[in-house]
Every structure is written in C-alpha cells, then in structure tokens.
Design a binder for this molecule. Structure first.
Ligand code: C2E
Ligand code: MG
Ligand code: MG
Ligand code: MG
Length: 279
C-alpha cells in the first residue's frame, strides 16, 4: 500500500493526517459506547403546508454525549456509516418513529401526521432492510403511508436497479418515499420518473440565499417545476424567513420546514407546539 502510493507515502506521516485518523478512531469508539449506553435521542421538526397547517415532522437523530454538548449528526453520521453502526442506530430511529406514529394514530387530532426518517445508504442497502421496515410497521400497527423514508440521491448514483427494486417493495407496502437534499447529488433525471417517489426535498443550501442569488432561485424553481410535472410533493428545508416562504410559495412549493416554523424539538415540546397551533 505504502509502496504503491509512491511519492505520496509521506502523507502517512503527516501529523495533521495522523491527528485526523486518531480523532476518527476515538469517535468510532465513543459512538460504539454511546450506542451501548443509549445516549441517542430523536427530535422532531415540524413540516407545514402552504396554509400553515402541520402535515408531519422529520425525525432527527441527536447524540447526548456525557462530556460534550449535544453532538450534531454532521459530526458523527459519516463515522456511523463507516463503522456500520448506522445500521442498528438507524433501525432504532425507525422504531422510535413507528412507536410515535402508533401513539398518534389513536389520537384524532394527530392521526393525519406523518413522520419522515432519514435512511443512510448503508442502511438502505442492508439485505434485511425492507423486511425489517415491514416488520416494524406490522408490529407497531401503524398506517404505512404515515411513515416516510428520506433517501439520498447517492442511492441513485450506483446500483440503480437494486435501489429501484427496493423502493418498489417499500412502495408496495404503502411506505412514502422522499429524496432528501435534492439537487446536491448526481441523480440522473431520467431515472426519477421510473422510481416510485412521493416527494422531493429542496436542500437548505438552495433556500438560504434564494432571495439574493438568482442561480439558487432558478434551481429551487426548477426542482419545484420538476416535482410538479412528475406529480410529486415538494418540501423546502431550512426556511428561516417569511420572505423565503413567500417566494417558495409563489413558485408552487407545497410544504415547508425550517426555523421559521420551529427548530427540531423533543417529543414533549413538539406535542405542546402542536397543541398551541391554530386548529
Ligand atoms: P437533513 O435530513 O437534510 O435534515 C435537515 C437539517 O437541517 C437538520 O440538521 C435540521 O436541524 C436543519 N435545519 C432545519 N431547518 C433549518 C433552518 O431553518 N436553518 C438551519 N440552519 N438549519 C435547519 P441536523 O439535525 O443537524 O441533521 C443534519 C443531517 O444529519 C440531516 O440532514 C441528515 O442528513 C442527517 N441525519 C439526521 N438524523 C439522521 C438519522 O436518523 N439517520 C441518518 N442516516 N441521517 C440523519
Ligand atoms: Mg432529511
Ligand atoms: Mg434534507
Ligand atoms: Mg439538508
């Protein structure tokens, strides 16, 4: 390996790189321990329709590290993927979501709400994934169409055949499917029409400067138009201002998620938030 790297061999002894390698080994160890000790939580962020009514929430993983502040997913999801810990952790998030859906299914004012769950590539490609989701839905006795899986575009970059087959199986069970952070990856647009999708999510990156950056505005408009012509719903994420919401609404965006409405909340606070909403 070192020989093959040739002139680049020196990189192995770069102290900065060594520090990175050590840090990620430590993170992997910490993550394993966090999983064993149950340091994970799920927060829920509201998603609202144009008229302001709540349509559902997105489940977002949180890690309450004993010696640090809450660790954001951006700092540990890739290590969880590399170590395959994302498989049991992701399964646990799905179980939490199904349990919550079961609670809501029994409450008339909550029964219409959906829960979106992020699914990593490694988790989605796990041979047991589809069967496990089916089992969880059966076990929790939840209406399958209230569970929405947020998949990433990278699933469409490789083994599109396998991805499509799995998506068909999930769709056949009634599960809703969304493409997260749409526009950030390399999905081949021609495949989109062949996939059993329900929704596209516009990444926060395009929403942030939508009012000042004409290319971001054009991208958002294009994604909304694409969703409309394919008959899909479209959610904008990272909506922080009324001006952003209004602009997106003018373009035909149907759902919104962002700090303008609410940050991700622990379940008790989410329940209070829902109760405080105009009926
Ligand atoms: P994502 O799925 O695109 O989730 C949206 C992210 O944007 C969340 O960050 C959310 O807190 C943040 N956000 C929402 N509204 C706003 C806003 O108005 N302004 C700003 N600045 N940010 C906003 P979070 O919770 O840190 O999660 C980051 C990413 O980690 C997620 O991006 C998702 O890709 C991943 N992730 C989170 N939970 C899970 C999980 O259970 N499984 C997997 N595989 N990935 C997860
Ligand atoms: Mg997401
Ligand atoms: Mg997203
Ligand atoms: Mg995003």
């Amino acid at each position: 390996q070192a020989k093959a790297a040739g002139r680049n061999t020196v990189r192995f002894f770069d102290p900065e790189m060594q520090a990175t390698v050590t840090a990620s080994a430590t993170l992997a160890t910490d993550l394993r321990q966090a999983w064993r000790e149950g340091q994970f939580l799920v927060d829920y962020q509201p998603q609202v329709a144009v008229d302001g009514r709540l349509t559902g929430v997105e489940a977002l993983l949180r890690w309450r590290h004993p010696r640090r502040d809450m660790v954001p997913p951006a700092d540990f999801i890739s290590t969880a993927e590399e170590t395959a810990l994302i498989v049991p952790i992701g399964r646990w998030v799905l179980e939490q979501a199904c349990a919550q859906l079961a609670v809501w299914a029994a409450v008339p004012s909550r029964a219409h709400l959906s829960i979106a769950v992020n699914v990593s590539v490694r988790q989605f490609r796990h041979p047991d994934f589809v069967e496990e989701v089916l089992e969880m839905i059966r076990h929790a006795k939840v209406p399958p169409n209230k569970l929405k899986l947020e998949l990433t575009e990278s699933l469409l970059a490789e083994d599109i055949q396998g991805t499509a087959a799995r998506m068909q199986q999930l769709k056949a069970m009634g599960v809703a499917l969304s493409i997260d952070d749409f526009g950030m990856g390399y999905s081949s647009l021609s495949y989109l029409k062949r996939l059993p999708l329900d929704q596209l999510k516009i990444d926060r990156e395009f929403v942030k400067d939508i009012l000042t950056d004409p290319s971001d505005a054009a991208i958002a408009r294009t994604i909304i138009g694409l969703a409309q012509s394919l008959g899909l719903g479209v959610v904008a994420e990272g909506v922080e201002t009324e001006a952003q919401r209004d602009f997106l609404a003018q373009q035909g965006c149907t759902e919104y998620q962002g700090f303008l409405f609410s940050k991700p909340l622990p379940i008790a606070q989410l329940e209070a938030y829902i109760d405080a909403m105009p009926a």
